[in-house]
Design a protein around this ligand. Sequence first.
Ligand SMILES: Nc1ncnc2c1ncn2[C@@H]1O[C@H](COP(=O)(O)OP(=O)(O)OP(=O)(O)O)[C@@H](O)[C@H]1O
Length: 696
Amino acid sequence: MLVGKLMLKNPIKIYEDEIVTQVAERMQNYNFARFPVLDRDEMPVGILKRKYLEMESGDSDVTVKDIMRRVSDEEVIREFEEAYTIFNRAGEMFFVVDEKGRFKSILRKRHVMKMYFERLEYTESNLRGVIECVDTAVFSVNRLGRIVFINNFARELLGINGDKIEGMVIGELIPDVDIMEGIDSGVDEFNRNFDFNGRRLVLSRYVARSDGKAIGAICSLRDITRYNEITDELALEKTEKEVLKSVFNTAYDGLIVVDAKGYITMISDAYKSFLGVENENVVGRHVTEIIENTRLHKVAETGVPEVADLQKIKGDYIVASRIPVFKNGKVASVVGKIMFRNIDEFEKLYKKIGKIEQQLENYKDELSKINKAKYNFGDIVGRSNEMKRAVNLAKKAAYTNSNVLILGESGTGKELFAHSIHNSSARRNKPFIKVNCAAIPDDLMESELFGYEQGAFTGAKKGGRIGKFEVADQGTIFLDEIGDMPMHMQAKLLRVIQEREVERIGSNKTIKIDVRIIAATNRNIERLIEEKRFRMDLYYRLNVVTIEIPSLRERIDDIDLLCRDFLEKYRVRYYKKVDSISESAIAKLKKYPWPGNVRELENIVERAINILDTETVIKPKHLPSDVSGVFDIEDVKPLKDVLNETEIRTIVQCLEVVSFNKSRAARLLGVSRAAFYEKLDKYKIKVVNKTIHIGD
Ligand SMILES: Nc1ncnc2c1ncn2[C@@H]1O[C@H](COP(=O)(O)OP(=O)(O)OP(=O)(O)O)[C@@H](O)[C@H]1O
């Protein structure tokens, strides 16, 4: 502050030659202790104390000069000097003079001090405000390391609060760092990193001095924990950007990125060379300058993606996709991609996809044919009461959703019933899945029925596999030979029936399923339960409806009907002229005990039709000798042939029973797999599409 600003506006002046009594009278109304005295050239000459004025009352010729004290040089100050310079001078009142030394006014030390103090106060409060506002922790300590001032940011960072912080020793708050170290040498210190309560802080210390001596320190602390994290993130982002850049440039197809206004920000080398601008710097140019018929800038405006759009560039059609990229709800950029450089390539691919789709449809058709039930109740031949009862019960069961258990000897038509029930039920248009429990090795049964996830076990197929229950969803699953199901699988099956959900092997997700179960067995299931080889609880779940199919022995009268049916079936199949079966042949058939039931009868009729030559009526001689009991001289065959025929028949029957599972057939026949294959080869027995062919 300059003196001129702080001096009195209207100073009182007394001249040295004035008569004291007159001056005393004039000064009566002014309550000042001292008055400035000037000569008549307006130059300061002395200081007159009021006390002296009052003491001189009667003498009329005493002048001011006689009683004043002479002014010293120290008491004179120029108007453009700094006012604080008076603090080091003696005296309370100072003469302010112009550059020629002429009196301008007076300056009182008290007044100047007050002004400076107010200004200091103002500055300090401003400073505190600023320090509170900065997002840096700031605190100051005295020489002893006690906190003098600390801003809120620092309190927060150091995790301290309360009024008593000022005065605390900083070394107790931050024990790991000696903030006062080297303070006496007056050295400032910058960016000392240290860890504090799991955060990374940076300390800077400025030494506060007075008269060249350290009197304390002002410190700032910055938390760079997040900064360090950001640095790491940035490094990662940089790597990702590099990867993106190289992907961009190695992509076979053309790639381009434009900003929200359509200016190119990235373009792949492949696209540049396609456009013939490989040697130009096109980044930063508007896309319309570089690409013919482009719509990238339009997509930037509309924000609507365009996929597989035809675009003509240099006379060629290309297929382009334009995908907008949004940031905060606005288009930030658009990525353009030429999917195929030439429409011919696209067409080729399109045709290829078309072919694959067609194949897929064919496979789907095949699959639904495989998963379809073939037979209906109309295919079940039988007039006997037992049979009629079984069919009626099956028809009633078809209308419900209940599980069905079909019991009957081998070849009695259990599968035929299962198909018919499904085809008459509301599920008829949904899958019918047959599982032969006897033909699946124990260790594969779970994956076969419930499927597995990719990587569930060594050898598991990529992508996993769907189980039969899932395939049968909404439809029917036919569990044939249920009596052969291993105990551990019975427990799992029971859970599926109760929970109505399956869990693939290797998965912890359950899949809801809606499947009707029809189970069948030719085994005496009650005995299996007694022998603890079949779970009673599962049995009760399955036999909600039990259909018992009579053996052929029990319905001998149906033999005529069945024979007529099979005759018709194989006559058509083999293009043979066959009229009928003779009464005597029927009589023979009715006497036979039929261990193989209807399947055996069907095989015998088929065989008979095959061996008919010119005759058109099947006679006893066309039946196997164990059926006909007829043994003519013509029937006598070399033992070798008989053995061969028996082997062929046994192998064929066995294969049929085990649903053509060769390993199981070999096991049942008690021969090694290799020996079984030799036999198949010897007799030229082949299994094609679940049908047995004998001969070349
Ligand atoms: N009542 C019937 N009417 C017409 N054909 C029948 C009849 N019963 C069985 N068949 C025929 O007999 C053959 C065997 O029938 P199916 O496979 O249904 O018997 P299955 O009891 O399931 O035998 P397995 O217990 O050996 O599996 C089939 O070709 C089937 O068409």
